[in-house]
Design a protein around this ligand. Structure first.
Ligand SMILES: *[C@@H]1O[C@H](CO)[C@@H](O)[C@H](O)[C@H]1NC(C)=O
Ligand SMILES: *[C@@H]1O[C@H](CO)[C@@H](O)[C@H](O)[C@H]1NC(C)=O
Length: 311
């Protein structure tokens, strides 16, 4: 524990030193424990007489860790101060780039490069090594009822946790959109972020991330949360309600149309009856007229008769 703290403390000093150093080209490099990192010279091909010198600064003392001189590669990973680099350094003979494999926190610090080929070029790399990031854990929220106890109407409460982390952000995502997040910049602590869902309607994931890398845990449909019933999303519900209202409206309209047409038909039939009465009356009148005509005819006949009788 003391060792780790000591290393961290020194790392801070190194960073401060790095800032005060006037280097035209200083690059910050973040890397996760266990990974490999390559510090590039940006030289495409070294010439025969080019000299490459790599140094590492630790505890205000600078030690040589690797060099190429007259095309001979030397790696100093067994000197007193360089135990930490044992079997971890590789230098590319064409470019002079330095690779540190299986890196750990003790390799955090300032790496300096000198390229000597007539004139002298300086570069430096501030390497920050971050703790290994493990996949976050999604669990049932401790206070909520267990899955089996949970009735179908209840929500599921989830908790995403990352233990012993620093300089990370913990986030919940729904598909690709961020739902919530929490960050920590202190020394290692445990982080938790809750999420409450009615049911599982999309792919949810919990992501723990450094600025340069991340680890993701997906929430499986079968775990912890039951899936939403098919087609029961809010918009579908609204659509269903709209359709039902429309259908009811149509029903009311058609019912009133039927009612009105039947009433009209009844009115029509009364009118028809009335017409029949008028016709009857008219017929009566016709009959009367006919009678009159008849009598006239009779009269004519009589006249004719009288004429005849006159002769
Ligand atoms: C269920 O979760 C939703 C948010 O997803 C929330 O608005 C609601 O209040 C919760 N209901 C209960 C009973 O906790
Ligand atoms: C996680 O890292 C990958 C690359 O390693 C990146 O493409 C992705 O966007 C990152 N995701 C988040 C949520 O940061």
């Amino acid at each position: 524990m003391w060792r780790v703290f000591h290393a961290f403390f020194c790392f801070c000093l190194l960073l401060l030193d790095g800032v005060s150093d006037v280097y035209s080209d200083e690059r910050g490099i973040s890397v996760m424990e266990g990974d490999s990192v390559t510090l590039n010279t940006d030289v495409t091909e070294l010439k025969k007489d080019d000299q490459i010198l790599w140094t590492f600064r630790f505890n205000s003392s600078e030690t040589r860790i690797a060099e190429i001189y007259k095309q001979i590669i030397s790696i100093y990973d067994n000197k007193e101060n360089n135990e930490r680099f044992r079997d971890r350094l590789k230098i590319d003979e064409q470019t002079g780039s330095l690779t540190i494999t299986n890196i750990n926190k003790l390799h955090s610090g300032l790496y300096k490069l000198q390229i000597i080929n007539g004139d002298v070029k300086h570069k430096s790399f501030s390497v920050a090594v971050y703790a290994l990031l493990t996949v976050p854990v999604i669990s049932d929220f401790p206070q909520s009822p267990s899955v089996s106890e949970r009735s179908s109407g209840q929500n599921c409460s989830l908790l995403c946790s990352a233990v012993n982390v620093s300089h990370v952000t913990l986030s919940w995502y729904k598909g690709n959109s961020l739902l919530s997040s929490i960050s920590v910049s202190d020394l290692s602590i445990s982080l938790s972020l809750p999420l409450e869902l009615e049911c599982l309607d999309d792919s949810y994931s919990c992501v723990v991330s450094y600025s340069f890398t991340n680890q993701t845990k997906h929430l499986n449909t079968t775990d912890l949360c039951r899936p939403c019933p098919d087609g029961q999303s809010e918009s579908v519900k609204h659509l269903m309600i709209a359709i039902i209202i429309l259908l009811l409206l149509l029903l009311v309209i058609s019912a009133s149309a039927v009612l009105m047409s039947s009433r009209r038909r009844r009115k029509q039939s009364t009118q028809e009856t009335r017409t029949t009465v008028e016709e009857v009356e008219y017929t009566d009148a016709m009959i009367t007229t006919n009678k009159a005509q008849d009598s006239e005819t009779t009269g004519q006949n009589q006249t004719e008769y009288s004429e005849v009788s006159f002769r």
